[in-house]
Design a protein around this ligand. Sequence first.
Ligand SMILES: Cc1cc2nc3c(=O)[nH]c(=O)nc-3n(C[C@H](O)[C@H](O)[C@H](O)COP(=O)(O)OP(=O)(O)OC[C@H]3O[C@@H](n4cnc5c(N)ncnc54)[C@H](O)[C@@H]3O)c2cc1C
Length: 249
Amino acid sequence: MNKLNANKTPSPQPTATQGRVTRALLGWMMRSARVAAVETLSPHFRLIDLEGEGLKSVAWLPGQKIQVAIGSGLSSRTYTPMSWDADAGRTRLLAFLHGNGPGSRWAGNLAEGEGCQFLGPRRSLDLSGADGPVFLFGDETSFGLAAALQGGPTAAEMVFEVSDAAESRDALTAIGLGRATVIARRDGDAHLAAIGADLSRHVARGARFVLTGKAQSIQNVSQALKKSGMASSNVKSKAYWAPGKTGLD
Ligand SMILES: Cc1cc2nc3c(=O)[nH]c(=O)nc-3n(C[C@H](O)[C@H](O)[C@H](O)COP(=O)(O)OP(=O)(O)OC[C@H]3O[C@@H](n4cnc5c(N)ncnc54)[C@H](O)[C@@H]3O)c2cc1C
């Protein structure tokens, strides 16, 4: 499980006392929010609005993450704010309920008025060097990132691999991204060759790429782009999940 970790430095297994101290410290560092609204877009997608005094006057950049505390321990799951209104103290997430993990359960059971705590916003994908449009590849977990980029200087051309194309299209349309390209996953990842080939057409003119979502898919598409001559300075990538791993971050 992903443990909330303020400084990313690996630490030895905490003793009970250290655990209490860590919890107290994290409690002090975390922002408290109230669930202002939850909208079920479809069986696998929920829009979650969080609000609170602690969300005011916060410097947020598209691409940053928050790490939501799940349950009573130190476990967390990571989500990408789609927007952040620092005056109103409000942020919005889009959670993909892929299965029965703690994050999916948290998002699936959340109700208006409940409290939640999280770390961040914190650095994840640093898009500060990108001063023009990018090509974004990702999956259902990347829809929030795509929404965050929308309207900004890095507004993206988007292509997503998804498990259910119709459901994903509806979710994307609901968040104003109906123009995104959606490709259904195929056995043996056959669809990734088509995505890699399609994106590679833009390498020669110096296009920039942002690759997110499933670790192995990022690797696959990245290899296709490199074979086409993409400079490593023209790509930013961040794995959001990998089969068999929990709380990848
Ligand atoms: C920087 C960052 C930003 C992220 N932003 C978002 C976001 O905005 N919205 C969002 O929904 N998710 C986002 N994610 C992904 C999310 O944190 C993971 O999918 C997380 O694993 C979900 O937690 P869980 O408890 O449901 O599943 P876990 O208990 O963590 O995972 C259990 C198993 O489920 C499988 N699994 C995990 N994720 C997926 C998936 N997406 N599809 C299929 N199988 C999966 C894996 O095999 C894993 O071993 C982000 C992750 C990172 C690192």
